[in-house]
Design a protein around this ligand. Structure first.
Ligand code: AMP
Length: 488
């Protein structure tokens, strides 16, 4: 037994009890001491419901100070925290609950009837979780084994069924420590927090990393360009997904003076793209730091804090991680040759919940995790993502990486964005098909010949489908399964 994540975070902020931790604009600030006390009281309440090591608690609540305290409280009890997107429907939640078999569910009061053992929490802090629990003495973090599962996050499932990725205290501590150093997080940092807290990005990358320096967090309930613009002055760091940066630019919500006090903008969870990176740089003077990671591994690579942040690349493997690129055959890929990124390190997950077959399939015999992302690596180990292996289109026996075609399409004036998928084709096996969002009318022929100028003929989409908007999940990832299903 040793110290778990709750203990590790607490030892970082215990001397900063009077510093503001969570500041909700318009609703006041909570100090580290206050949030710590609330977490202790909620932990006592949860422990009273039988929560402890080996148990799981499913949490489907809105983003709030109390929701962050609930996360810290779960860690304290030694139970596994299983957050769900508040947007999930009754049926979706029922599926996750059946899979996770939690001892307890914490959800919005309006959805309490969906569960048997339930406590409720609304965004304003009301609900049964806090009612009556106030008299309990706060619970200190219980001793846990570093390999105990601190949290289980369901993968976003953009390409298949969601799997519960089990994350140990060891993995979450390792990732937070490495990011805290890599991004130079300091006690006087103030983070603009616009991400959801049911996903690795907003929960672990943002909160754990900042807590290790007892820094402050401006907790915005959701992303909205005007609110972010009003929140930036006085802040130093923002973490977002590419859609956020695109919307800030589209709304003309940022400029050099409003971002003058900022020292770091981080992007990840989906590709940022060179054009968006350059535009943001041009408008604000800041070069967004793009990093890459996934639920199963936390953050894997990052562009450097000091040194060149190269748009279109996701930087270098973070310290302590080993990365290699393998071809489908399992042989090492040559320098700059695309292949699957494989990694090892202390930040890796402990397997998929109840899916030993999927866990084994995701690892190589020598213990590397197969990310499923096709990348290239240069001689300095700088990584460029080519796409998801499962998105590769095999047409007439030749591999087409959608990202390459999308980059060409997106670079054409008048094209807003695009997504390329493979659809069944009697002749070719799969045909390259492009979904395009355009500002003006284009003929398929115009687009085809523009792509043909830059890429080999077999990569040119056979068909172009014009749509209003690409379907995206909460993290801004394009949902290609939905596009394939919707294709005529
Ligand atoms: P998730 O587990 O929901 O965080 O999704 C992880 C996946 O998102 C990765 O395997 C990548 O395919 C993708 N991803 C994350 N960060 C980036 C990035 N900076 N650029 C491109 N894809 C990314």
């Amino acid at each position: 037994m040793s110290e778990g994540l709750a203990h590790r975070l607490r030892s970082s902020y215990h001397e900063a009890a009077t510093r503001v931790f969570l500041d909700v604009p318009g609703d006041g600030g909570w100090t580290y001491g206050q949030v710590d006390e609330l977490a202790g009281r909620i932990a006592a309440r949860l422990a009273g419901q039988g929560l402890g090591p080996g148990e799981r608690v499913v949490v489907q609540v809105d983003k709030s100070v109390q929701a962050v305290a609930l996360y810290l409280a779960c860690l304290r009890t030694g139970a596994t925290y299983v957050p769900l997107n508040p947007a999930y429907t009754r049926d979706e939640v029922a599926g996750f609950v059946a899979d996770a078999r939690p001892r307890l569910v914490v959800c919005h009061p309006e959805r309490a009837d969906e569960h048997r053992r339930v406590l409720t929490l609304a965004a304003d802090g009301s609900g049964t979780l806090l009612a009556g629990g106030t008299g309990l003495p706060p619970l200190d973090p219980v001793a846990v084994d570093p390999e105990d599962i601190a949290a289980m996050l369901y993968t976003s499932g953009t390409t298949g069924r969601s799997k519960g990725a089990m994350l140990s205290h060891r993995a979450l501590i390792a990732n937070a420590e490495v990011l805290n150093v890599a991004w130079g997080i300091r006690a006087d940092d103030v983070l603009v927090h616009v991400l959801p807290i049911f996903h690795t990005h907003g929960l672990f990358v943002a909160l754990n990393t900042l807590m290790l320096s007892a820094a402050s967090v401006r907790l915005l309930p959701r992303f909205d360009p005007a609110t972010v613009a009003a929140t930036l002055p006085g802040a130093t760091v923002m973490m977002g997904v590419p859609t956020h940066y695109g919307r800030l630019l589209a709304a003309a919500a940022v400029d050099r003076s409003s971002t003058a006090g900022m020292r770091l903008f981080v992007s990840g969870s989906a590709p940022l793209g060179r054009e968006a990176s350059d535009r943001f740089h041009h408008v604000t003077g800041h070069r967004i730091l793009e990093r890459y990671g996934m639920t199963e591994a936390g953050m894997i690579t990052s562009n450097p804090l000091e040194g060149d942040r190269i748009p279109g690349t996701v930087g270098f493997p973070l310290p302590g991680y080993t990365a290699r690129v393998r071809k489908d055959s399992g042989e090492p890929a040559a320098m700059e040759e695309p292949g699957i990124l494989e990694i090892t390190g202390p930040h890796l997950f402990s397997g998929y919940w109840g899916m030993p077959g999927a866990t084994a399939a995701a690892h190589t015999p020598d213990g590397y995790f197969r990310t499923g992302d096709v990348v290239t690596m240069d001689d300095a180990q700088r990584v460029t993502i080519v796409g998801r292996a499962s998105d590769v289109v095999i047409t007439g026996g030749l591999n087409v990486y959608p990202r390459e075609v999308e980059d060409v399409l997106d670079g054409l004036p008048g094209v807003v964005e695009s997504a390329v998928v493979g659809l069944p084709d009697v002749d070719l096996g799969e045909a390259v098909v492009a979904f395009v969002v355009a500002e003006r009318g284009f003929s398929a022929e115009t687009l085809r010949s523009a792509v043909r100028e830059q890429l080999a003929g077999f990569k040119c989409p056979k068909e172009f489908i014009f749509i209003e908007e690409l379907p995206r999940n909460a993290m801004g990832k394009i949902q290609k399964t939905k596009l394939r299903d919707a294709a005529p």
